[in-house]
Design a protein around this ligand. Structure first.
Ligand SMILES: Cc1cc2nc3c(=O)[nH]c(=O)nc-3n(C[C@H](O)[C@H](O)[C@H](O)COP(=O)(O)OP(=O)(O)OC[C@H]3O[C@@H](n4cnc5c(N)ncnc54)[C@H](O)[C@@H]3O)c2cc1C
Length: 448
């Protein structure tokens, strides 16, 4: 019997809505289910790296960045004590700062206007299985009626975000919270470098900011540890570790925002992708894979996953052959691992570096030298350079540079130089083990 839908998508968030908007115009029949289609005010996914913008353009979805004051971003600024540097993105590439909620509504509207997409409002409850344990759809509680209903499709995409209910059946995930981000909007705020993402390194933990509309700047403040910050602790953190390091030109807007309150707090997860490949289902977005948001790499990974998965699915004549769908899912998981390794490693490695005083000073001085090292580093951060060898090389160069710099300053610094090398190794080793295959690094070396 021919199913009513080719694909059932659980979660019309950044991943689910975007893949629907991309695949529906190609004649793929989609059921798009979400518990809420209203605009949400979130602090996530507000800086698109050039790699994410490029993916959208390649999918002919670049126009979805228009019409809601998204702001072009030309590169990064790093501030450490009274020193400041800027690193531009590679020529002709740009990032975008935006309101995630407005962007998502644009994507959803593009998906839903297509006749091949059926909008279903409800909470997805359970994956449906046949007698061979293959997934054949999902049950959901319909919004409004509270009736339990089912959708059947040869492929179910679970893209229900970082609290995914379906991850347990489709992966061997090990999720951990690295830190929390406290988000606040600064109104009419002059940043030291307009059109730049800023990373502030002067305090004990980093904080970042970037424009999200013509008169708003998003400030994200890191709160280390895996415990939700309590009010008193949060205030103490702001007073001691953030406020003293806010640049003079931002202070008025910052103080106004502190006075108004309205902080939003989000956990920052790390979760390597460890899919269990089952017939009839595939994971996409945060349900599958998460990294620290310090580098704004999440949507670059999401959009490139959509391109990879779609390319495999579109290579099939139709959705009638379950074995073929299964082969395509396997190929997607394999290809995406390679494509996203740099984004995943860099995000958590950089967070480790920026929370370590010796390495933090080293990275600042290393990037201050400019030249090809700074250019290669920013192209990795931008999601434009996915060569694993390039990342490992840059990380090793940074650690050696930091160690050498200390010894050059004073020979008595030899123990600290060893410390830097050891800390760098401790940061990169588990990430590389999770994300990289040795053959990918070696082949990257030979491609150079
Ligand atoms: C603090 C923070 C800041 C970030 N900043 C950036 C950034 O600047 N740049 C960047 O690229 N990335 C950033 N990220 C990462 C990025 O936001 C995510 O990778 C991205 O939003 C993931 O999209 P998603 O579709 O998987 O999840 P979501 O966008 O969260 O979508 C999940 C959807 O599933 C729906 N849903 C959930 N459960 C069910 C259910 N049972 N039934 C039906 N529907 C359901 C939800 O309603 C939601 O619409 C940040 C992350 C964090 C935590």
């Amino acid at each position: 019997m021919k199913a009513e839908f080719d694909i059932c998508i659980i979660g019309a968030g950044m991943a689910g809505a975007t893949i629907a908007a991309y695949l529906a115009p190609k004649g793929i029949r989609i059921a798009l289910i979400d518990q809420c289609f209203k605009e949400k005010k979130r602090i996530v996914g507000e800086l698109l790296q050039p790699g994410a913008v490029l993916s959208l353009e390649e999918m002919q979805l670049g126009h979805l960045l228009e019409g809601f004051e998204a702001q072009p971003v030309d590169g990064y600024a790093l501030l450490h004590g009274d020193q400041k540097i800027t690193i531009p993105y590679p020529a002709s590439y740009k990032g975008m700062g935006l309101h995630n909620g407005l962007f998502l509504q644009n994507i959803r509207a593009a998906a839903l206007k297509n006749n091949f997409v059926t909008q279903i409002q409800g909470k997805a409850l359970q994956l449906l299985e046949n007698e061979r344990n293959e997934i054949i759809g999902v049950s959901y509680r319909e919004e409004g009626t509270s009736e339990i209903k089912s959708i059947h499709a040869p492929l179910t995409i679970t893209s229900d975000g970082f609290f995914s209910n379906f991850r347990e059946s489709l992966s061997n995930n090990e999720k951990s919270v690295t830190s929390y981000f406290i988000g606040v909007i600064l109104k009419d705020c002059a940043m030291p470098f307009p059109k730049h993402g800023h990373v502030f390194l002067s305090g004990p933990t980093p904080f970042i900011c970037y424009p999200i509309s013509s008169n708003e700047v998003r400030l994200l403040i890191d709160f280390p540890g895996d415990q939700l910050p309590r009010k008193a602790l949060l205030q103490e953190h702001l007073d001691s570790n953030v406020t003293p390091y806010i640049p003079a030109e931002m202070l008025k807007s910052y103080q106004q925002a502190m006075h108004e309150g309205g902080f939003k707090v989000m956990p920052n997860h790390y979760m390597a992708a460890k899919p269990i490949i089952r017939k009839g289902a595939v994971m996409l977005g945060d349900a599958l894979n998460m990294r620290h948001p310090l580098t704004g790499g999440g949507l670059t990974a999401v959009f490139s996953d959509i391109q990879i998965l779609s390319a495999h699915l579109l290579a099939m004549p139709d959705f009638s052959n379950n074995d073929l769908i299964h082969t395509k899912i396997e190929a997607y998981y394999q290809d995406r691992q390679r494509a996203n390794a740099n984004l995943n490693i860099l995000a958590n490695a950089l967070y480790g570096v920026m929370s370590n005083n010796l390495l933090k000073a080293a990275v600042f001085n290393y990037l201050k030298c400019g030249g090809s090292n700074a250019q290669e580093s920013i192209s990795i951060l931008a999601g434009l350079n996915r060569n694993n060898y390039a990342l490992i090389k840059q990380f090793a160069c940074l650690a050696v540079y930091g160690a050498f710099d200390l010894v050059r300053e004073n020979i008595c610094n030899v123990p600290r130089a060893f410390r830097i090398l050891l800390d760098a190794l401790t940061i990169i080793k588990p990430l590389a083990k999770n994300e990289l295959s040795v053959s990918a690094v070696v082949s990257g070396y030979f491609k150079k």
